[in-house]
Design a binder for this molecule. Structure first.
Ligand code: NAD
Ligand code: ZN
Length: 508
């Protein structure tokens, strides 16, 4: 995987890049140097023709070094201004954004040197204006490294720490979760390292196969499913089992699921039942699958009567989450996963919640690890859903009712986002949470492009739908309600009038 270093002028991209490449024993590319090499003209000369001419040649050279490889690339400070270039680079390369405040940058830049955009008499004001106009751009990359008061060597160490995979263990499910950049490309050796030595069959869907399979470099027999919830049917399990047999899978074999929650649930259930159970490895590629569906061992398919009605607890021995897989995920699918991330932060990680509020950004390796860890802790405490695990149902009672009332046309994550808001309001009404909690939750949900109201829905129909949630105990609807950021109360019974009020608050 290529590592692109980005950030404002003077932040130290080239210095840091050279040291990082040395430590990792990788090729180092300074994009400005390469432009000079390729075109035979200095950056200053290019700028004389105008910034647009320079950006065009810069984009071409940038694409050249973004192809498969293991380079460390120091970018020019404006190289990712163009959305098309940015999209192409972030799709399957790691971008690390180096940061420092104005005073530090000014002192590092000295007289402005070879950087045409700030080579004026007044470097501080030129650079200050540039930082303001590019703030949103620089803020948008999940991996951010503060460089002020750090030596270049220390910055490199901080980057190396982000590159190191993290392992989270769920001993009671005998499940290990590894999160790390570039793991997709190392899947085959990784499986061998984890003791997989029998036959392997890969199950994926066609979207994921198109987006990611070229990066897998795996030579396993592959079964490609039709994307979408519609594939989660029993017939698909039977079909998979036959394909497993034809591919030579036996009891010593391993099923590898590569995809979102749909692929994981189907492949996992097939693994649970094929020859009374074979091992499986889950490689989640959607945000929802990374932070939620791949953790905890539930597998299954739908029945015409409802979702997930047929299934088994069968945890994958290993979950491999590569944050770079998210680079090809459609925007709306990312947002849908964010609903579960916000839920996890709300029920078990106040620091993560505050980071979401503060930054409006998610996706670094630390972010993902934190979101996964909330679910890990809960399923480890209650692997078979007898108590604590119920906390994961926050936002889901009203969220599920919304799905039902919409005839499942609403995306799960969107329904949960709205459900979180409605249930937080109910918590305030019941005096379980202090006033203001619902507003905080609503603000975060809006920030991540998720809806907070449901449009034209009948609140009474919605209230009634909550009473048919499969998770009710003895007929009474039990809510999991937030008491504060990081703390929920389980098993709350609410009067119908109270439920109605909260349902009415989220319809337009
Ligand atoms: N087992 C559990 O504990 C559990 C928990 C939560 C949800 N689920 C299940 O998960 C399913 C939802 O999961 P989902 O949201 O991942 O849906 P999904 O698997 O349908 O994926 C969403 C879409 O994104 C595509 N996609 C996935 N990764 C991609 C990538 N890296 N690049 C490009 N496209 C990509 C898929 O092809 C699909 O079109 C539901 O069936 C739900 O019941 C299971
Ligand atoms: Zn959910």
């Amino acid at each position: 995987v290529n590592i692109f270093l980005y950030g404002p002028p003077g932040v130290g991209k080239s210095t840091v890049g050279r040291i990082l490449a040395g430590r990792l024993q990788r090729e180092f590319v300074d994009l400005d140097d390469l432009i000079v090499q390729r075109t035979g003209r200095t950056i200053g000369a290019w700028f004389c023709d105008g910034e647009a001419a320079f950006r065009a040649v810069e984009a071409t050279v940038c694409r050249e070094v973004a192809g498969p490889g293991n380079r460390v690339v120091a970018l020019g400070a404006g190289a990712l201004l163009d959305p098309a270039t940015r999209a192409e680079i972030t799709r399957d390369n790691l971008v690390v954004c180096l940061r420092a405040e104005l005073a530090t940058l000014v002192s590092r830049l000295g007289d402005g040197g070879a950087r045409p955009l700030v080579a004026t008499a007044d470097v501080p004001s030129a650079l200050g204006a540039l930082l303001v106009s590019r703030a949103a751009l620089y803020d948008s990359f999940p991996e951010q490294i503060e460089t002020a008061a750090r030596t270049a060597g220390a910055v490199v160490s901080a980057i190396e720490a982000r590159l190191r995979p993290r392992t989270l263990a769920i001993p009671r499910l005998r499940q290990n979760v590894v999160v790390g950049y570039g793991l997709l490309e190392q899947l085959q050796p990784m499986l061998v390292e984890h003791g997989v030595n029998g036959p392997v069959v890969l199950v994926t869907d066609s979207h994921v196969a198109d987006a990611l399979r070229p990066r897998l470099l795996a030579a396993w027999p592959t079964i490609v499913l039709t994307p979408g919830e519609g594939s989660k049917r029993m017939g698909e399990i039977e079909r998979l089992a036959s394909r497993f047999l034809a591919s030579g899978l036996d009891r010593q074999g391993t099923v590898v699921a590569l995809g979102g929650g749909v692929v994981g649930d189907i492949a996992g259930f097939a693994a649970a039942t094929f020859m009374r159970g074979v091992a499986w490895v889950n490689v989640p590629t959607s945000l929802l699958a990374m932070v939620d569906a791949s953790i905890g061992g539930k597998t299954g398919v739908d029945l015409p009567e409802g979702k997930n009605l047929l299934g088994a607890f069968h945890a994958p021995a290993l979950v491999v989450a590569d944050p770079l897989a998210l680079g090809t995920l459609p925007r709306q699918e990312f947002a849908a996963g964010m609903a579960e991330v916000i839920k996890h932060a709300l029920i078990g990680d106040p620091a993560l919640f505050e980071a979401l509020e503060r930054n409006g950004r998610f996706g670094s390796i630390d972010d993902l690890t934190a979101a996964i860890d909330v679910k890990r802790r809960i399923v480890e405490a209650d692997p078979f859903e007898r108590g604590e695990r119920e906390a994961l149902n926050a936002g889901h009672t009203i969220g599920h009712a919304l799905e039902v009332v919409s005839g499942y046309t609403m995306r799960h994550g969107e329904a949960i986002a709205i459900g979180l808001v409605a249930e937080a309001r109910m918590a305030e009404d019941l005096g379980l949470a202090a006033p203001g909690l619902a507003a905080r939750i609503e603000a975060v949900i809006r920030r991540f492009e998720l809806p907070v109201s449901a449009g034209d829905v009948d609140p009474e129909a919605l209230r009634r739908a909550t009473t048919s949630d499969k998770k009710r105990a003895n007929g009474a609807v039990r809510f999991v309600l937030p008491a504060a950021i990081g703390r929920v109360v389980r098993g709350v019974r609410a009067e119908p009038a109270m439920v109605y009020k909260s349902c009415a608050s989220i319809v337009a």
